[in-house]
Design a protein around this ligand. Structure first.
Ligand code: CP
Ligand code: NVA
Length: 312
């Protein structure tokens, strides 16, 4: 049986041509849900949630998203699959594709993400790996779009901290919607040359900029949003001590927030390490929109799943 080519979401740039309509659809589904309408547009579909690492938001929001859409999600911890005993990713991909309509995968390595996508005959969604976290960034852009009526141009997001998976997808995602991105990231922790070049290319095409600086106040000055993420990502635990030292000056606190534009928002994809990358005062303060970001994972993912799972 050969149907239309399946569509994966491995990088935020796989949504290059869809972001505006996807954000509009997610907002529509969010409003509908508030009225009690679940948008059950993909009845009977199944998604496997294959996770190699822990998750609170991504796992729960994908499960609820599939239920809302009229389908079902199966949580599969890699440790409990034969994958944990040496069955290959290729074989796992081919077997799961015979049961489910999509595979949502949280992986340690982006190479494994690509390998799964190569062998799966159903859409594969990147639920975070060491290179990207695209679903998070769709939710983040939805959160800002709601506040700015869909207009990103002329505004600046300052990212403070580690040049990790979230930072990579955020730089690329901001560039795709024409939102200026300024990262304050110590030089040795910046995104790769390749990610930076790609982000700069998209930014040029959308009339915005992607820039990296070394000092947080330089990035924060005049910014409309301050965004941070953990200093020690899942998989980086062995570097915890050196990272905590390297990022000591990269905390979002009230003083840094004062350098931003009056009324600037504060974002964090969560989980937060309070007192490290962000202070209690800021994350619990009136500029913080982190809970909306977390909620929007659900609405954004409903729109993503609808897009990738064509109607039968
Ligand atoms: N932000 C995020 O992806 O959170 P989880 O690790 O809890 O899924
Ligand atoms: N950068 C973090 C994001 C967690 C959602 C990590 O990879 O652990």
């Amino acid at each position: 049986m050969s149907g239309p080519a399946k569509r994966d979401l491995l990088s935020i740039t796989d949504l290059e041509h869809d972001l505006p309509s996807l954000l509009a659809r997610a907002l529509e589904m969010k409003r509908a849900r508030r009225r009690g309408e679940l948008s059950a547009v993909r009845p009977g579909r199944n998604a496997a949630l294959l996770f190699e690492k822990p998750s609170t938001r991504t796992r729960t929001s994908f499960e609820v998203a599939m239920n809302d859409l009229g389908g079902h999600a199966l949580y599969l911890s890699s440790r409990e699959l034969q994958l944990g005993r040496g069955e290959t990713i290729a074989d796992t991909a081919r077997v799961l594709s015979r049961y489910v309509d999509a595979i949502v995968y949280r992986a340690f390595k982006h190479q494994d993400m690509e390998e799964l996508a190569r062998w799966a005959s159903v859409p594969v969604v990147n639920a975070l790996d060491d290179l990207e976290h695209p679903c998070q960034i769709v939710a983040d852009l939805l959160t800002l779009s709601e506040r700015w009526d869909g207009r990103f141009s002329g505004r600046t997001l300052a990212y403070i901290g580690d040049g990790n998976n979230v930072c990579n997808s955020l730089a690329l995602g901001c560039a795709l919607v024409g939102l200026d991105f300024v990262g304050a990231v110590p030089e040795r922790y910046r995104p790769s040359e390749e990610v930076r070049r790609r982000a700069e290319g998209y930014a040029r095409a959308h009339g915005s900029r992607v820039e990296f600086v070394s000092v947080p106040p330089e990035a924060a000055r005049g910014a409309d949003v301050l965004y941070t993420d953990v200093w020690v990502s899942m998989g980086d635990e062995s570097q915890a001590a050196e990272r905590t030292r390297a990022f000591a000056g990269y905390r979002i606190d009230s003083e840094l927030l004062r350098a931003a534009r009056p009324g600037a928002w504060v974002m964090h994809d969560l989980p937060a390490h309070r007192g490290l990358e962000i202070t209690d005062e800021v994350i619990d303060g009136d500029r913080s929109i982190v809970w909306d970001q977390a909620e929007n994972r659900l609405h954004a993912q409903k729109a993503i799943l609808e897009l990738l799972l064509p109607p039968r």
